[in-house]
Design a protein around this ligand. Structure first.
Ligand code: UDP
Ligand code: GLC
Length: 382
């Protein structure tokens, strides 16, 4: 099966990391077309997945764009669409992995007569998108996609609620290779030492820096915790959220917790870093579509606390495989941190249960088989 994958991003967010795993089995016969250049291209190349940057200039549409801006940008997309149409004729299927990829992919699918699959990584609600962008996504998916793969039940439900066709939508969770997350604990202890964090109770936060990812909630929780509790922020502002970064640093200074906070920026050594943490916190203030970091923490055997909304509810069974807190609630977060610090055995039991359950439920081989079956159905039925 020859697949033309499309993704708008040059940077590796969760949707892009998921795409690497999905494209890998097709690397002998697929192409990943990107609408921007960046480190995501390097990651694909490292995995020997054919990749080409198809856009020559940045696409201006933003999540909050108005109708007029939306229309204006469609005309600016014409050269890109023409390029994608030409490419698509060499492939059996167009697989759009992001919203802008859906816009380009839907038009290219119509013109090239190739079936379209849309991998929906977002919760299509007003928490995340403008009304215009929501209706563009739903209208194009309904009109042109043969299949919508939703990354969680929550993402599927939001799509259907926004008017998306339920009959074409299947839920497929992100897949992981559990063995990659089990590492020798001594390398993590060394890392903790190198970071000068020995003896601290380390709460890790592994997300791009963005207001809805709620890093500020962890800062507010920290001041409600004993002095040895320290926060490790791993991730960078991937999509231009520099104001939020400033705000976080300002808040650290205001709270006088400089000694208890580390910002490491974007890192590719997530596994040893997660293993060095005593607890992993997920604090999104808007519903998380899936939440790779939650599953990754589980696979590392680290206890995880997550904000109770969106896909996170499908991943964590409270007090069995992790902890759930109301979104945006630093007091409740502090209570969970303190209880994990004071009862490490209980936290370890939960982490252990989560590790074995996550290894079964989110196994990449199974997920890829699921996707292969769905795609074959589409290609055969074209
Ligand atoms: N991640 C990473 N380096 C970082 C921060 C995050 O590789 O410095 C990875 C993280 O391990 C996860 C992904 O980025 O696999 C983020 O995906 P998630 O679904 O949690 O959130 P998204 O950013 O896609 O909304
Ligand atoms: C998106 C979502 C995130 C999800 C990832 C992979 O980036 O924000 O919640 O885990 O896609 O599906």
């Amino acid at each position: 099966m020859k697949i033309l994958f499309l993704d708008q991003s040059g940077k590796p967010g969760g949707a892009e990391l998921c795409l690497i795993d999905i494209a890998k089995p097709y690397r002998d016969s697929c192409l990943v077309g990107l609408f921007a250049d960046g480190s995501f291209r390097n990651l694909l190349e490292q995995q020997h997945i054919p990749v080409q940057v198809l856009a020559t200039e940045p696409i201006q549409v933003r999540k909050e764009s108005s109708f007029a801006q939306g229309l204006g940008s469609v005309s600016s997309l014409m050269p890109l669409i023409a390029r994608v149409v030409r490419k698509a004729r060499e492939y059996d299927l167009i697989y759009a992995n992001t919203q802008k990829a859906l816009v380009v992919g839907a038009i290219a699918s119509f013109l090239s007569r190739r079936p379209l699959v849309y991998h929906l990584h977002d919760i299509l609600s007003l928490d995340h998108f403008s009304r215009t962008n929501l209706s563009i996504a739903v209208t194009l998916a309904n009109a042109q996609a043969s299949l919508v793969i939703a990354n969680s039940k929550a993402s599927k439900m939001a799509f259907v609620k926004a008017g998306g066709r339920e009959q074409i939508t299947e839920v497929v969770y992100n897949g992981f290779e559990p063995e990659l997350y089990r590492i020798d604990q001594s390398s993590s202890s060394q890392l903790k030492q190198q970071l000068g964090l020995d003896g601290r109770f380390l709460v890790g936060h592994f997300s791009r820096l963005s207001p809805w990812k709620g890093q500020h909630i962890l800062l507010e929780a920290l001041v409600r915790c004993p002095e040895d509790v320290t926060a490790l922020f791993v991730g960078d502002a991937l999509f231009g959220e520099q104001d939020y970064v400033q705000l976080l640093h300002k808040r650290v200074a205001e709270l006088g917790i400089e000694e208890r906070v580390r910002f490491l920026g974007f890192r590719s050594d997530i596994v040893p870093l997660m293993n060095a943490c005593d607890l992993v916190a997920h604090t999104s203030t808007a519903p998380e579509p899936f939440g790779r970091v939650i599953v990754e923490a589980m696979l590392c055997g680290r206890p995880v606390v997550a904000a109770e909304a969106g896909g996170a509810i499908e991943l964590v069974e409270p007090d069995i495989t992790g902890f759930l807190i109301p979104p945006g609630d630093p007091t409740r977060l502090a209570e969970i941190i303190i209880s994990c610090r004071n009862q490490p055995l209980h936290a370890a039991t939960i982490a252990h249960q989560a590790q074995s359950q996550a290894s079964q439920c989110f196994d990449l081989t199974t997920v890829n088989q699921q996707i292969e079956k769905l795609l074959y159905r589409i290609v055969k039925g074209k």
